[in-house]
Design a protein around this ligand. Structure first.
Ligand code: ADP
Ligand code: MG
Length: 722
């Protein structure tokens, strides 16, 4: 047997079980590593606390004197917990997080060590921005980027093998103030949505309107693979997915893993993982097995979008670190195993405030119903107008493997409303609600109609964008992606639609129309233009793929190469600049960075395919051939003939594989492209199909070559041995 594989299996079989510690009571560990408002209240004077609380809740800037006081309190709290370093953590345009660690310590003129942390250090850090992807915002003479504390996201202590560090969630911008990160656009999109939402609510007669904010609850799917296996798969280590691997005899055809008993080892891991999340103030709520073997899901309770987004990044970091400690490798790739369900991230999203509550909740009075219908209508219009943008913000080389396969939402963006709500919107479109009007006053009676079934069984799992009772669930987001991009797109399209609605409402109301009638009229116009995006049927069906494009005029954008150019469309440029979320230059830089990432990840994979096929799969096939040939000639000496069928098949596949490898190598040498778009199309078609060609031969060899010679851990081993 191949040494690495044998060792991996024996190490797993003989591994000592991790000690189970009694879980600590939640009350004792909850947010114990977070410098939240409660801790600030303890540490600060009444006035200082009042000032910081206002900043946290409204985003108002902090006076320098208060910043000094907060910084000092934060430092004392952290030092008291054994922390020696602090770091501004920020969210560059990659899906990763970045940080630069600084010591609290400085020496004074007597040579004594003292600790210092001032308000200005807290508020502004200066990492060298030159190595972060900035797209066209990168100016050689001005590579510096600045980080600045985002007080609306609490600081926390991160424990790693290198010790404990105070982490300060920050924005990251260029010296000219351009957004170089994923947090600034999210904050801006929230405020654009707030402004537009306030307009609509006040036109509808609301007098007291608190600031609107978006909320996000993200369900995270992931795979756990024993690290002994992962470590002998260069593709898992470098690309996060298997570039080779034949389907196992026992796949997921029995679906017996879903909600199945969670293996003990995984259970111990989960308890550890969740305890850490609790210490960090992340409200982990549900966990369960997913459809595929080795696949699991964690879903924290929803929070304000900005905090949820930071927490989501942190959750992915803690997930990977904890898995490693438990002898697993956590795969966040969207499609680590061909033929096995992929992993996504369902982004549950709603908007609301303290006075009107959740505006995507139908509520129980006609008045609440109307507000709900306006906000819901705004979402429908947004998805219809900016579907390609929503596809672009979830685009990545890895997510392309998942979207459109018959297990994940299609690459066509449509909205699922559920039977009852769809009927209401259709009635609006057909003018039925306007006909029932009596004397200008209308009792819509919608609260009766809008009593939604909240049974998850009722939901359409094939829709990429589904209404689920009091929120929308964007299901096409990739498992490794930041949720920020999707949240920015959703908030911004909503802001745009709410402004459109407000303009229309203003005009209607000016003619003396009553508020509910004006609202229904505007919604009717909205439905006349945008009802094409509503679809309650089977999103996986071939019929929908045809109908969506031919009859409804929706776009099917199967690859990132097709989707990313949406970021350059005139309407999208206008959307972002009109709402103040991204300037044209900032948007263009995102196109450049995401395209670059796409090209790079395919290039890395293609090179790996060439390398692994040549240096480990081909030699295994040749070794087997030489064994067969040796045996055949020894047997010939005994006058026995060994059938040459297997050897011929191995030789045929090995030769064919190397022909494909040569073609892929040659294709990798092409560098001359007229545009980024053309380069992406080339990668999506030529490189990806040649990679698949190599794989097909390699996987055929896996089924032929003697098991003990095969160099790579097989699917069945990785997915089923724990
Ligand atoms: P399911 O798997 O049935 O979709 P889960 O309970 O696993 O449901 O996940 C639902 C997610 O949606 C959770 O993170 C939950 O907190 C979140 N959520 C619930 N209500 C809202 C809301 N109003 N706005 C945003 N997210 C929400
Ligand atoms: Mg869900």
């Amino acid at each position: 047997r191949n040494q690495a594989r044998v060792q991996a299996v024996s190490q797993i079989v003989n591994r000592k079980t991790t000690d189970v510690t009694m879980p600590e009571p939640l009350s004792k560990i909850w947010a114990s590593d977070v410098f939240n408002l409660a801790k600030m209240e303890e540490a600060l004077s009444k006035n200082a606390f009042k000032a910081i609380k206002t900043t946290v809740q409204t985003g108002e800037p902090l006076a320098p004197a208060t910043a000094d006081v907060v910084a000092a309190a934060m430092k004392d709290w952290a030092l008291g917990k054994g922390v020696k370093f602090f770091s501004h953590i920020f969210y560059p345009m990659t899906n990763a997080t970045a940080e630069k660690h600084d010591g609290f310590i400085i020496t004074n003129s007597d040579g004594n060590a003292i600790t210092e942390f001032t308000g200005s250090l807290l508020i502004k850090g200066e990492p060298d921005g030159s190595s972060f992807p900035n797209g066209s915002l990168r100016m050689t003479n001005a590579a510096r980027g600045y980080t600045a504390w985002d007080p609306s996201s609490p600081a926390y202590i991160m424990h790693t093998d290198n010790g404990a560090t105070l982490m300060i969630p920050s924005v990251f911008m260029s010296w000219t103030g351009e957004a170089l990160d994923k947090k600034i656009p999210l904050l801006r999109s929230n405020s654009a949505m707030n402004k537009a939402g306030q307009r609509v609510l006040s036109l509808m007669g609301e007098t007291e309107i608190a600031a609107l904010n978006s909320s996000c609850g993200a369900e995270q799917e992931y795979f756990l693979i024993d690290s002994n296996f992962a470590n002998s798969r260069p593709d898992l280590l470098l690309a996060g997915r298997t570039l080779f691997g034949a389907a196992p005899a026992k796949g997921q055809q029995f679906d017996d893993h879903y909600f199945g008993a969670i293996p003990e080892r995984v259970q111990i891991f989960m308890q550890d993982f969740e305890d850490q999340l609790y210490r960090l103030g992340i409200p982990a709520k549900t966990h369960h097995n997913e459809v595929a073997p080795g696949q699991f899901e964690i879903a924290p309770y929803f929070e304000a979008a900005n905090v949820a987004s930071d927490h989501q990044q942190l959750l992915m970091t803690v997930l990977k670190l904890t898995a490693k400690r438990h002898g697993f490798m956590c795969l966040l790739h969207e499609k680590p195993f061909a033929g096995v369900n992929g992993s996504g991230k369902h982004v549950n999203w709603s908007v609301g405030n303290a006075t009107q509550g959740n505006l995507l909740d139908p509520g129980s009075t006609p008045h609440e119903n109307i507000n709900f219908l306006l906000f819901c209508g705004a979402v429908i219009r947004g998805v219809h107008l900016y579907g390609p943008l929503l596809r672009a913000v979830i685009a990545s080389a890895s997510n392309d493997h998942r979207l459109g396969a018959n297990e994940a939402p299609p690459a066509i963006l449509s909205v699922y409303l559920g039977d009852q709500l769809e009927r209401v919107f259709n009635d609006i479109k057909e003018g039925k609600l306007l006909k029932s009007e009596v004397g200008g006053l209308m009792d819509l009676g919608l609260s009766q109609i809008l009593k939604f079934e909240r049974d998850p069984g009722d939901r359409n799992r094939t829709s990429p964008f589904a209404f689920t009772g009091n929120r929308f669930e964007f299901r096409a987001v990739g498992s490794s992606a930041s949720v920020s991009g999707p949240l920015v797109a959703m908030n911004t399209m909503l802001a745009d639609s709410l402004n459109w609605i407000a303009d229309k409402l203003e005009a209607e109301l000016a003619t003396g129309t009553s508020k509910p009638v004006a609202a229904v009229k505007v919604l009717k116009e909205l439905m006349d233009g945008h009802s094409n995006v509503i679809f309650g049927g089977d999103g996986y069906s071939a019929e929908w793929h045809r109908m969506a494009v031919e009859d409804r005029g929706l776009k099917n954008l199967p690859t990132s190469a097709d989707a990313l150019p949406a970021l350059r469309e005139e309407s999208v440029v206008k959307l972002f600049s009109g709402t103040g979320v991204l300037t044209p230059v900032e948007l263009e830089s995102r196109f450049e960075v995401y395209s670059e990432q796409y090209l790079l990840s395919i290039e890395v994979e293609a090179k790996l395919v060439v390398d692994m096929a040549t240096t480990s799969i081909y030699p295994a096939a040749i070794e087997y051939l030489s064994q067969l040939a040796g045996t055949a000639s020894s047997m010939a000496a005994l006058n026995i003939t060994l059938d040459s069928g297997v050897a011929a098949a191995v030789a045929k596949e090995a030769n064919a594989m190397m022909t494909s490898v040569a073609a892929l190598s040659a294709a990798l040498d092409v560098h001359d492209f007229d545009s980024t778009e053309a380069h992406m199309q080339y990668s999506a078609s030529t490189l990806c199909s040649l990679m698949l060609e190599v794989r097909a031969h390699a996987d055929a060899l896996e089924a032929l070559v003697a098991d003990d010679l095969w160099p790579l851990p097989k699917y069945a081993e990785m997915l089923f041995i724990k």
